[in-house]
Design a protein around this ligand. Structure first.
Ligand code: NAD
Length: 467
């Protein structure tokens, strides 16, 4: 799909929404453009002593708020256009969920399977060094996070490299998605998938909207198909199933499978670990290609792998009533139009996968405050609740068992607080967007862009233009 220009597509969606905003053309162009685009090349000395040149990018899309924030991707598809588009989406995403950051994105163009762990570490550390040299990394300037092909391990290397080169009291806040002992926050690993679940659940709670789609409201009993069982896909599927939905189709690199009776997620993940494939799992039906299942009959389709997966080649065959964009940019602009005409509800990426950046924001706050969430108040809350329960016992003839006391008088720990903050964020943002959608008779993607344009535009209005 290399003929798609991803950044142009993001801007097309932006322009559609901008028509409903009140800002003049010059400011809209400023909001749309990438403020800094950095293309890095550096040599890697491979384990066999040969030298290979590595290409990497970091794009800071908008400095209307600092730091800028966005993941780092390791993939063969990484290029400047993709990084610019993803950085722009980060600006809009942060604005939609009221996370006070500008957008950024980074990427290294590599096929990870060709490199040893030691080589990946050298690539990550050298890339980090190059970012630091140009002030593209720091708690107050630009704060990366994991994305496709990276995780806590890489974020740990980034922090360590930063710490070796900078004496900064707030060093831990230079990157998020870190392992917990290095300042990571509980709940970050699952945050994006958890946010996807909160978002879909909120959409399904709306009786009127579900009736329009010919669906019952609530998540219970809804069927879904998911593409990609990586970090985002796995957790989204896990919480969807826990929430009462049924997973009936899965697409992975090697192919796609379907079973209308439901697929056991954890057994499937274990099966893939052992066999390196999802194909042949239990009673599932193996489909023709790794995208065939996207066209299967289901209520909700969750693309959670890569961009441009729903395009003009398959959009008209898609049977799902709801497309829940867990991945970034999974639906092309023309496919979006086709699906809209079919009456499909598309919950856009810029809102739906914002759980990751929301919890990254919490992690950054934790790092700046140098204290774990809940550490100061958990015990205090517990003893206050116990006092209340004791009063209830004294004025009634009810005595609580120790188990009940423990449960009712539980203070919030870090995971509880992070999860609650995430749930609050996803619920509020969905209802804001849905309101905007109905007010202007637009789709949710346009509503998300419009919400972001209004918020970023307000910042420029109030800040003015320097100098
Ligand atoms: P990941 O590397 O953990 O997982 C990606 C999964 O997709 C892997 O299981 C991979 O095998 C699978 N996959 C790759 N190509 C495929 C194909 N052609 N068909 C089917 N499956 C395929 O990555 P991730 O972090 O889960 O990211 C997935 C998407 O979510 C990306 O678009 C990313 O930008 C977006 N996202 C991630 C986060 C985050 O916190 N990780 C946050 C926001 C958005």
């Amino acid at each position: 799909m290399s003929d798609y220009n991803f950044f142009d597509q993001v801007n097309e969606a932006f322009d559609l929404a901008a028509e409903y905003s009140e800002y003049d053309e010059g400011l809209l162009v400023q909001i749309k453009n990438c403020n800094n685009v950095y293309h890095i090349t550096f040599p890697l000395e491979r384990d066999d002593d040969s030298i290979e040149v590595i290409h990497g990018w970091r794009v800071e899309h908008s400095h209307h708020k600092l730091p800028t924030k966005g993941g780092i991707r390791f993939s063969t598809t990484v290029n400047e256009d993709e990084t610019m588009a993803l950085a722009a989406l980060m600006t809009y995403k942060c604005a939609v969920v009221d996370v006070p950051f500008g957008g950024a994105k980074g990427g290294i163009k590599i096929d990870k399977s060709r490199f040893s762990d030691a080589e990946i570490e050298r690539i990550t550390r050298r890339y980090t060094y190059e970012l630091i040299k140009k002030d593209f990394l720091g708690p107050g300037s630009d704060v990366p996070a994991p994305d496709y092909g990276t995780g806590a391990r890489e974020m740990g290397w980034i922090l360590d490299t930063y710490r070796q080169l900078k004496s900064d009291l707030n060093a831990e806040a230079c990157v998020t998605g870190k392992p917990i002992p290095q300042g990571g926050v509980r709940g970050r690993t699952e945050a994006t998938g958890r946010g996807v679940f909160f978002g879909i659940r909120e959409a399904c709670r709306n009786k009127e909207d579900m009736e329009e789609l010919g669906l019952k409201h609530g998540l219970e009993g809804k069927t879904f198909v998911i593409q990609g069982l990586g970090n985002v896909g796995y957790y989204a599927a896990k919480y969807m199933i826990e929430g009462g939905a049924k997973m009936i189709g899965v697409a992975e690199i090697e192919g796609s499978i379907y079973d209308s009776d439901g697929i056991d997620l954890d057994k499937l993940v274990q099966y893939r670990k052992e066999n390196d494939t999802i194909l042949g799992f239990e009673d599932t039906k193996e489909l023709e290609s790794n995208t065939t299942v996207l066209e299967a009959e289901c209520d909700i389709l969750i693309p959670a792998a890569l961009e441009n997966q729903i395009n003009d080649g398959n959009a008209s065959n898609i049977q799902a009533k709801i497309i829940a964009e867990a991945a970034n940019g999974p639906t092309t602009a023309d496919a979006h139009e086709t699906l809209k005409e079919k009456g499909v509800l598309i919950i856009p990426d810029s809102y739906l996968n914002a759980g990751g950046v929301t919890v990254s924001y919490f992690e950054w706050l934790k790092n700046l405050s140098h204290v774990r969430f809940g550490r100061m108040e958990k015990r205090f809350e517990e003893s206050s609740y116990r006092k209340i329960l004791n009063v209830i016992e004294n004025i009634s003839d009810r005595t609580f068992t120790e188990e009940e006391m423990g449960r009712l008088a539980q203070g919030a720990d870090e995971y509880d607080l992070v999860d609650s903050g995430l749930e609050e964020t996803m619920i509020n943002a969905y209802n804001d967007l849905n309101k905007l959608r109905k007010e202007h008779d637009i789709d949710l993607r346009t509503a998300a862009f419009l919400s972001a344009i209004n918020k970023v535009g307000t910042m420029y209005d109030q800040m003015g233009i320097f100098p």
